[in-house]
Design a protein around this ligand. Structure first.
Ligand code: SF4
Ligand code: SF4
Ligand code: SF4
Ligand code: FES
Length: 952
């Protein structure tokens, strides 16, 4: 296309899919070539020609209802709608003429006759497509009158905390309905009535809050008028400025335009060019940003000598000097290895890189770990062992090419909603789904989607399950022998296939372990193996087990055995929980690995870093998080720098964690709120939110995206600057003027990042690593011609039952997960209006188990395990199977981790959150631990209030 053309921002209809040919046509005298399947409207928009439209937008398939986009086409009768008419070879199109203007004006006047003409006082004055079209056509009045009564008397629905629906503004263009159906896949909106009487309604004539709406905001985004509008726009006014950034919640890594007015965020609009989300979002990223200005934010550093003392607000200089002095004293008294640091997947790549550098070079040891320890460390181990790289193999859009998707231990509609919407779209197009989960999650059966198989296995039987699947594939001759011969280590394949053929791995034999009927498992295995493209997506239901790493290797074995790696539509895809789990692992946050997953014992790699950092590095791995806790309780570990991570709430066996934290002589917490861990801290360093800093996050598809500063940091410093100050105060010099310089250093030292820079990120929008000379624009699909390790390795995956089994004392198995509206430990989402959907953790229990115990819906239930007990309310539901109970871990006063145990993955120490043997009983009061927490919290709150009171 000629460079003269300046395409419009909204091209009206989507890009045609899978087009291979082009057609040439003329529009308003200009010639253009477009792919077959392109609408005339899109072709015109590509030329910069604006055809008036109301029901069309390029995120939705053309609908053809408003009749504003009519055009003249030579040789055709009538005036066809340009949005539904496809471009054809030799077509000659005219988009503007006296006749067309007349027809369009008439249509618009009909709309206006039933729409309030109070643009000047309308909250979206200046941000309304109806207003734009009216101005363009010069329509200010309607010959049909202005008192149409079809919609103007309708009552506004303000039930949703984030947006309003004002039917009087609605022009019934169906964009919202189509957005909810086609983009989000929830089907919450319908049209009631016919013709001019039609009205949009949520659910069955319900309010938005009463309907199935999940508050993703896609309808609000697509609405061309103020009928669906963000409440913040009504309150603050239309935005003046927009900055592209990346969501700080989950591992999907959606791109957003942060739209501001003055120093206030008006709204977060999903960014159309964001490659992870393509203009879609979920309720968290889209609306739940209120925590960034919450009154609980702590913005000044605080120190105290003991956790039994009140906090003292101090200057940054005093806090940094106090911390450095305490760490130096501890090292002098207890040795170099007596302190360490923990990085967080909530933080940016640059921040986590600096923390591990600070620990290795400043503390002089390798006692650095990350919260990925407790979620996806088995992914790193399992995929590195089998495929050679510790990361997912595909881009998200790869799922568009999948024929069969197997979802294991993941619940994307709650935890990775934007990916779930993409997956649902593919399933509606005809791909088949196998759900492997102890719970009946939404994708098992939801509007227009029904899983071909729901393998409702028992918690703790994942390895038995993957082995049984592999047994069927190998013994029934379904393996892709040619692929294996070409791509995998033959000796390892032979050993593994001999192992997997064993009767002990047959579905019939393992049925008593998995509780999955052998006949169903065999059918699922055949469906998976016979698919053209079969893809595996998995979550924490795979990794957080005593054999988490084994299951990951078993999953890679399944993919290799069926030839489902190395192209689009297939692959092994870990759905990462937090925004930067992938990045925090990439950046060398584990005690045994330097950035780029290179072992600390490798002298060549160490030499590279020693040369750049000008310091001698320890060659032995340092302490993992659980080792730090054990060493603290033994008295060997005394000081901890914890950036952005709430270990007191998120780590298992809370009693053990709290005992360890209380044993520390200096705990430094850097966070935006006084989180649960900070109650045990001696230094609190105020953090900045993602809106207040520059950096990058890396999502679950290895996509590195920019985080851009929109607001001044409330604490006066970005988090990376604090680490730099600490390092300098401790005597290890660090000097960076901007996080881009930290990324340049990462690129210098890490082969998979060698082509990454802020300039390239700005140019390309985002980059999937590896990005280097061989792949200068990044790598969407990994292991294409060969695996990163060369030949794929089939690891033997013997099933070893967990020691955490149901007993007479603890007859139920507790497993854990997330809800859509809350995020991880809830520190952010609990401080937003998302609490209207979930304001407490609930215990799901099957009706049979509930009846046995006299438990009804809403009762207080005590759950006891060998580690501890807590009390929460019950939900009696068949989503869980008999013998299994389920809860979330978003609320500190439930303290789900008070009951989880110290059991962990054999290879990585990732905790076995997903299996805890418990008893459940009806109770009338909180547990002893909860009562103690209440007292402790009140005391710590008083200590904080004293610090904040001026003059105290
Ligand atoms: S609410 Fe908005 S998007 Fe939906 S039909 Fe009405 S005007 Fe169109
Ligand atoms: S917010 Fe999302 S789920 Fe709710 S009605 Fe709109 S598009 Fe549907
Ligand atoms: S799907 Fe994840 S990354 Fe996207 S908006 Fe929601 S929380 Fe943010
Ligand atoms: S934009 Fe084509 S009919 Fe509405």
């Amino acid at each position: 296309m000629s460079e003269m053309y300046k395409p419009l921002e909204d091209l009206g209809t989507p890009e045609p899919r899978a087009s291979t040919e082009q057609v040439s046509l003329q529009i308003d005298g200009q010639q253009i070539q477009v792919d077959t399947g392109t609408s005339v409207m899109r072709a015109a928009a590509l030329l910069g020609v604006n055809v008036p439209k109301l029901c069309a937008t390029d995120s939705l398939d053309a609908f053809g209802s408003c009749r504003l986009c009519l055009v003249e086409i030579e040789g055709r009768k009538g005036l066809p709608a340009s949005c539904t008419t496809l471009a054809e070879e030799g077509m000659v199109v005219n988009t503007h003429s006296g006749k067309l203007e007349k027809v369009r004006k008439n249509v618009l006047e009909l709309y206006i006759s039933d729409h309030p003409l109070d643009c000047v006082t309308c909250p979206t004055n200046g941000d309304c497509e109806l207003q734009d079209v009216a101005q363009e056509l010069g329509v200010e009045d309607s010959r049909y009158g202005l008192t149409g009564s079809n919609h103007q008397d309708a009552v506004k629905d303000e039930s949703n905390p984030y947006f309003t629906f004002d039917p009087s503004m609605c022009i019934v263009c169906y964009r919202c309905v189509r957005a909810c159906d086609d983009i989000q896949g929830t089907f919450a909106l319908t049209v009631d009535g016919r013709g001019f009487e039609s009205r949009i309604t949520a659910g069955q004539m319900e309010s938005f809050m009463e309907s199935e709406c999940v508050s993703c905001g896609a309808c609000v985004n697509s609405c061309p008028t103020a009928a669906l509008e963000e409440k913040t726009v009504i309150e603050i006014g239309i935005p003046e400025k927009s900055t592209v950034t990346t969501c700080a919640y989950c591992g999907v890594g959606c791109a957003f335009k942060v739209e501001t007015r003055g120093d206030e965020v008006v709204r977060m609009t999903p960014y159309k060019d964001g490659k992870a989300n393509e203009g879609h979002a979920c309720v968290k990223g889209r609306f739940a940003f209120g925590y960034t200005s919450h009154k609980d934010r702590i913005t000044r550093p605080m120190i105290r000598d003991s956790i039994d003392e009140a906090w003292r607000e101090v200057s940054w200089e005093q806090a940094i000097e106090f911390t450095a002095r305490r760490f130096r004293e501890i090292q002098a008294e207890y040795g170099r290895d007596s302190i360490g640091g923990i990085t967080s997947s909530r933080c940016s790549n640059e921040e986590t890189y600096l923390v591990q550098k600070f620990v290795r070079a400043g503390f002089g040891n390798n006692n650095v770990d990350t919260c990925a320890r407790v979620c996806h460390s088995p992914t790193g181990y399992g995929l590195k062992t089998t495929l050679g790289e510790s990361a997912g193999t595909q881009a998200f859009d790869s799922v568009d090419m999948a024929d069969v998707v197997m979802l294991i231990g993941a619940n994307p509609t709650e935890a990775h909603p934007v990916f779930a919407s993409r997956l649902k779209r593919r399933l509606r197009e005809g791909a088949q789904l196998i759900v492997v989960d102890p719970r009946k999650t939404e994708l098992v059966d939801s509007p227009h989607i029904r899983a071909a198989h729901h393998l409702q296995l028992l918690p703790g039987s994942n390895v038995a399950f993957v082995n049984a699947m592999a047994h069927v594939i190998v013994t029934e001759g379904l393996a892709d022998e040619a692929y294996i011969r070409d791509r995998c280590e033959i000796e390892a394949w032979q050993d593994w296939s001999e192992f997997i053929r064993g009767e002990e791995n047959s579905p019939e034999h393992l049925q008593s372990v998995t509780a999955v009927p052998a006949i169903e498992l065999r059918a699922a295995a055949r469906l998976f193996a016979n698919a053209g493209n079969a893809a595996i997506y998995y979550g924490l239901g795979v990794t957080e087990h005593s054999q988490g790493s084994t299951t990951v290797m078993g999953i890679a074995n399944l993919a290799m055995a069926t030839g489902n790696l190395g192209r689009e539509g297939v692959g092994v895809n870990p759905l990462r929980g937090q925004n930067n789990v992938q990045g925090s692992c990439d950046m060398g946050s584990f005690p045994h690995e330097l950035p780029g997953y290179r072992h600390i014992s490798d002298p060549d790699v160490r030499g590279l870093f020693e040369n750049e950092w000008q310091v001698k590095l320890q060659s032995e791995p340092g302490l993992r998080i659980p080792n730090m806790f054990d060493a603290a309780i033994c008295g060997d570990f005394k000081g901890l720098y914890c950036q952005g991570e709430d270990i007191a709430q998120s780590d298992p066996n809370t009693h053990h964690v709290e005992t360890a934290l209380k044993a520390l002589k200096c705990l430094v917490v850097q966070d935006i709120f006084l989180n649960e861990t900070a109650r045990f801290a001696h230094v609190f360093l105020p953090g900045s939110t993602f809106l207040e800093k520059n950096g990058t996050f890396t999502n679950a598809e290895r996509r590195i995206s920019r985080v851009r500063k929109v607001l001044a940091s409330k604490s006066g410093k970005e988090d990376w600057e604090v680490t730099v100050d600490l390092a300098n105060a401790l005597g290890y010099p660090m000097h960076y003027a901007h996080p881009s310089e930290i990324m340049d250093e990462i690129a210098r030292l890490t082969p998979t990042f060698s082509g990454v820079s802020y300039a390239k990120l700005d140019e390309l929008g985002s980059i999937q690593w590896p990005c280097n000379k061989a792949a200068p624009e990044g790598t969407p699909t990994m292991h294409v011609d060969e695996f990163v390790r060369g030949k794929g390795y089939f690891a033997i995956t013997g099933f070893v039952p967990t020691s955490e089994r149901s007993t007479r004392k603890y007859p139920l198995l507790l497993t854990t997960g997330r809800v859509l509206s809350q995020y991880n430990v809830g520190a952010q989402t609990r401080r937003t209006r998302n609490t209207v959907w979930a304001d407490q953790d609930l215990l799901e229990i099957h009706p049979v188990d509930a009846q046995d115990r006299g438990i009804s819906d809403g009762d207080w239930v005590g759950i006891q395990s060998r580690a501890g007990d807590t009390v929460l309310r019950a939900v009696v539901t068949e989503r869980v199977q008999p013998g299994v109970v389920y809860t979330t871990f978003h609320f500190p006063m439930t303290g789900a981790n008070i009951v989880t145990t110290e059991n962990s993955d054999w290879a990585t120490n990732c905790p076995e959150y997903k299996v805890t043997a418990v008893q459940a009983t009806r109770v009338t009061q909180p547990s002893e631990w909860q009562k103690q927490q209440e007292i402790f919290n009140r005391r710590q709150k008083a200590f904080l209030d004293k610090a904040r009171k001026p003059g105290v």
